[in-house]
Write a protein that binds this ligand. Structure first.
Ligand code: UDP
Length: 345
């Protein structure tokens, strides 16, 4: 049985990944400092004997006996990662070093969740992995973009210098159930606005494009990438190549929700990329992976999730209710501390 560490495991992508890994009969340790994620995402997993949650910030070292590490921990939405940009860079870089060192010590495989942000505002489209990108090194997005670029450097240096068993996934825009309501990202914003019949906030002209990948496809891609033995010497793009403008996305959400919302134009955030579309040839070749869920189907599932979330009484305080899980966590913490003692002595 694999013992797998998922950092950022209670976030949007991390919690789906933990769920899928548990379904596949693995033991999963979920590490998260809950900065931009919620315990509600993993509450249903806490009773599973193969699941353990540890509240921890990966910019500090930690010792755990594992044979696979998925390093996802980092606030990923522009609103969240720009709130404390210095901490964002620390989380990415110190976190990468701590996790790479842990993987080295345990001889574990390690997968880095990188991002399409490494391409910045791309001059070519679609973006293949061989494209070096067009990134502002001193802008408001740089803490995330340059942090993730440097994390990739570290991963490939650990490969060259220490023969570490690394994989790097460049994740493009991903959406689906369990996105945080206050995430600030376009899909969650548009759906929550449309369901409330509030104005849909289009930043800039709305002609900028993104390519949206449904969460289930992405998780399959991550697990397949971790599993392949091939010693890849390239990052792998994971995303859905169907590109749409933000205005078209707004129209689609309005129509799928039968909303009375109108569009409202807002200023374009600084350094907002004009286009983004993954070239997924390498994922097809090495992983035989191709996203299966089209944007209509994926949006419909995401809308259904938000509809049922909003129909729950007191859904706004769900995060607080999650603290009810504290008792379970305290027990798990005791087991964890015992285990740490055993490893260190
Ligand atoms: N966006 C928008 N309205 C919103 C939120 C985002 O028009 O309420 C735009 C944003 O400016 C960007 C795109 O949607 O061009 C995707 O933004 P998001 O924050 O989801 O992800 P990004 O790809 O920028 O990291």
């Amino acid at each position: 049985m694999n013992k797998i560490l998922v950092t950022g495991g209670s976030g949007f992508i991390g919690s789906h990944l933990c769920e899928k890994l548990l379904e596949k009969e693995n033991q999963v340790i979920c590490l998260d400092n809950l900065y931009s994620s919620s315990l509600t995402n993993i509450e249903h997993l806490l009773q599973n004997p193969n699941f353990q949650f540890i509240e921890h910030d990966i910019s500090n070292p930690i010792m755990l006996e594992v044979n696979q590490i998925y390093n996802l921990a980092c606030p990923a939405s522009p609103v969240h990662y720009q709130r404390d940009p210095v901490q964002t860079t620390k989380t990415i870089l110190m976190g990468a070093i701590n996790m790479l060192d842990l993987a080295r010590k345990m001889d574990a495989k390690i997968l880095q969740a990188s991002t399409s942000e490494v391409y910045g505002d791309p001059m070519i489209s679609p973006q293949p992995e061989a494209y070096w990108g067009n990134v502002n090194p001193v802008g408001v997005r740089s803490c995330y973009d340059e942090g993730k670029r440097c994390a990739e450097t570290l991963f490939f240096d650990y490969l060259r210098q220490y023969k570490s068993k690394i994989k790097v996934a460049r994740i493009f825009n991903t959406y689906g159930p369990k996105m945080a309501v206050d995430d600030g990202r376009v899909v969650s914003n548009f759906i929550t606005q449309a369901l409330a019949h509030h104005p849909i906030t289009i930043y800039g002209s709305g002609l900028q494009t993104r390519s949206f990948c449904f969460i289930d496809d992405l998780v399959t891609g991550l697990i397949t990438l971790m599993q392949i033995d091939e010693n890849l010497t390239t990052p792998i793009n994971l995303g859905n190549p169907t590109e749409i403008t933000i205005s078209d996305l707004a129209s689609m959400v309005i129509s799928l929700t039968n909303s009375r919302s109108k569009l409202t134009n807002c200023p374009l955030p600084e350094d907002d990329p004009r286009q983004r579309k993954p070239d997924v040839s390498l994922a097809k070749k090495f992983l035989e992976w191709n996203p299966q869920i089209d944007i209509h189907t994926g949006l419909q599932r995401t809308i259904t999730y938000f509809q049922s979330l909003f129909s729950e009484p007191n859904w706004e305080s769900k995060g607080i209710q999650a603290q009810a899980s504290e008792l379970i966590l305290k027990d798990k913490k005791k087991i964890f501390l015992k285990e740490q003692k055993r490893i260190f002595h």
